[in-house]
Structures are given as structure tokens and as C-alpha cells.
Design a protein around this ligand. Structure first.
Ligand code: CP
Ligand code: NVA
Length: 321
């Protein structure tokens, strides 16, 4: 194993690697992390002790609720031999107006890696710019890269390479969709997107050169020939005030058996969870044979352990099984 450094960084290092959005990693880095996730998952299943992050500390900062993200990062860090500390805005100074730049300086002096779930992407960017250690995006309004990495790992486990495949996104143009869009560019798959009027993607947020996505007015048409159909809640965290109006606007965008029937017969269904049966997806689909939502949730643990290992100690070269 190659250790990145023998001592903690004395100064701020401009070259610190962060994972704030999918586009922060190259395909080579993703392929490395996905292979590490496979190995780390096997070790977990076989109760093989693996402590590459002994004496390392992860600080997790939550400004929004979470079940899966907190659990998978906290359990994952412990399983790698390290410790995880949970902070939230309700009972830390972060909720009382301490500048995010100051928080970045202070928190990063006491740990080896930081995960943040917050509102605007610019908050995590500013935090990372003042951090001495790697920062991981555990969800912002704009991106949810850890989830999409877990979803791609899950797709590969079930169906092999995602390159060249079609993925249908049915619903809100939210954080998950923008991470899927970046992933499509990097991994070389196609996105079929269908969102209701007023909730479509903001084309100014994607590079003009993007050729591997197609927009559909009809969500059933978007599912045609897809190898994966995926959706998410109609109202993301932070947008609760719009819930009633969104319920009306998204009528017709529920993923149901009719939409799944337009996809390939071997198509998978994914949802990052938590889900609302009877809104964005029927119980028949999410609890049916094409759904891999529990694998997706579990795989958060394995891919994030690979991510933590990569960001904290770099590439491991002597552990390939
Ligand atoms: N999918 C996901 O990020 O779940 P949590 O909000 O429970 O962390
Ligand atoms: N788009 C959802 C994902 C939750 C994991 C949200 O931001 O609330």
C-alpha cells in the first residue's frame, strides 16, 4: 500500500483532492474506486478485518436530514479502522452563523477527511477551498455524487459495463439528475430525460457540447429501450414549501409497470431512497423483481469506503483480490 504522507499536512495544500461533484474525478479514478469497492465489499462480506484508516478521523457535517448517508459513512469509517464524528447545524456553531471559511479551517485541522451535506453547492466549494483535508459531497441542492457512484456500481454488479447503455430519468431535474448527467459524460452512456414543465433541466448548467442526453415530453417515451429506469422524490429537501404544487405538476410522471414495459425486458429500476410509493413510483415497481433499490442503498457503504480510502491514503497497489 502506498501511503500519501507520513505526517499530517502542516500547510494548506492546493492539490488536495476533493469529491464535490462527479466531474472532479476522471474515468480512470472512478474505475479504480469501483474496483476497490468490489474488493472492499468482498472483505466486508467475509468479515475480513481491513483497517487502512487506523487512527484517521472523518468529520460529517449535516445541514439536512439523512439515514443512508450518515449510516454508510459512519459505519464505513469504523470498518476501515477509523473514527467518525457527527456534527449538525442544530447544536454546533455552524448553525449560528460561523463563516463557512472559518469552519473549513478549524474542522480540517482536527481530522483527515470531511463529508458535508448542505444546501447550495457554493457552500461546499467555499468550505473545501479552506480545508486542509479532502472534502466529500454528501448531497447538496445541485449534486449527489456518492449516490450516483453507488448506483453505477450497482448497475455494473447486475449488468456489467454501463458504457453505451441508455438510462431513463423520470421526474424532477434535481441534484441526482445533474450527477447522472455528469456521470453519463464520464462513463459514456446515454440519458433519456423526462421532467414536467417547469421542472426541466437548466440547459445553462450543462456543457453545450453535451450530446449524450435526450429530452422527452412524454415519460413513457423516455423509457423506450432503457437498460435502467430511475427516479427520485418529487420534492427534494429544502423545497418542502412547493410540495402541494409539485404533486399536481408531476401527475403522469409516476414510474409504473406501463413505463417499465417500454424499457428493455432486463431493465433495472433504481431510486436513491427515501421513496414515496404512489407518488414517483408504484409499489409494484419499487417492490418488484426489476428493482435493485436495497442493493443501491447497501452499496453506498462499499463505494464510500473505497472513496475514503482513495482520498485519505491514495491508491493501494498491493491488495488486488
Ligand atoms: N439516498 C440518500 O442519500 O439517503 P439519505 O438521505 O437517507 O442519506
Ligand atoms: N433529491 C433528494 C435526494 C435525497 C437523498 C433530496 O435532495 O432530498
Amino acid at each position: 500500500m502506498e501511503a500519501v504522507s507520513a505526517s499530517r499536512l502542516p500547510f494548506f495544500d492546493m492539490n488536495i483532492k476533493h469529491f464535490l461533484q462527479m466531474s472532479d474525478f476522471t474515468l480512470d479514478e472512478f474505475n479504480y474506486c469501483l474496483e476497490r469497492a468490489r474488493i472492499i465489499k468482498r472483505k466486508f462480506k467475509e468479515y475480513e478485518t481491513y483497517h487502512p484508516l487506523l487512527d484517521r478521523t472523518l468529520v460529517m457535517v449535516f445541514e439536512k436530514n439523512s439515514t443512508r448517508t450518515r449510516l454508510s459513512f459512519e459505519a464505513g469509517m469504523q470498518q476501515l479502522g477509523g473514527a467518525a464524528i457527527y456534527l449538525n447545524t442544530r447544536d454546533s456553531q455552524l448553525g449560528r452563523g460561523e463563516p463557512v471559511e472559518d469552519a473549513g479551517q478549524v474542522i480540517s485541522r482536527m481530522c483527515d477527511v470531511i463529508m458535508i451535506r448542505t444546501f447550495g453547492q457554493e457552500i461546499i466549494e467555499r468550505f473545501a477551498a479552506h480545508s486542509r483535508v479532502p472534502v466529500i459531497n454528501g448531497l447538496t441542492n445541485e449534486h449527489h455524487p456518492c449516490q450516483v457512484l453507488a448506483d453505477i456500481f450497482t448497475f455494473i454488479e447486475h449488468r456489467g459495463s454501463i458504457a453505451g447503455k441508455s438510462v431513463a430519468w423520470i421526474g424532477d431535474a434535481n441534484n441526482m439528475l445533474y450527477s447522472w448527467l455528469q456521470a453519463a459524460q464520464i462513463f459514456g452512456f446515454h440519458l433519456n430525460i423526462s421532467s414536467p414543465k417547469g421542472y426541466e433541466i437548466d440547459l445553462s448548467r450543462i456543457p453545450p457540447s453535451t450530446t449524450n442526453c435526450t429530452l422527452f415530453e412524454d415519460p413513457e417515451d423516455a423509457c423506450e429501450g432503457a437498460s435502467l429506469v430511475t427516479t427520485d422524490v418529487w420534492t427534494s429537501m429544502g423545497y418542502e414549501a412547493e410540495n402541494q404544487i409539485r404533486l399536481a405538476a408531476f401527475e403522469g410522471w409516476m414510474v409504473d409497470a406501463k413505463k417499465m414495459a417500454r424499457a428493455r425486458p432486463d431493465a433495472l429500476f433504481m431510486h436513491c431512497l427515501p421513496a414515496h410509493r404512489g407518488e414517483e413510483v408504484t409499489a409494484e415497481v419499487i417492490d418488484g423483481p426489476q428493482s435493485v433499490v436495497w442493493d443501491e442503498a447497501e452499496n453506498r457503504l462499499h463505494v464510500q469506503k473505497a472513496l475514503l480510502e482513495y482520498l485519505v491514503i491514495g491508491r493501494v497497489t498491493s491488495d488486488t483480490k
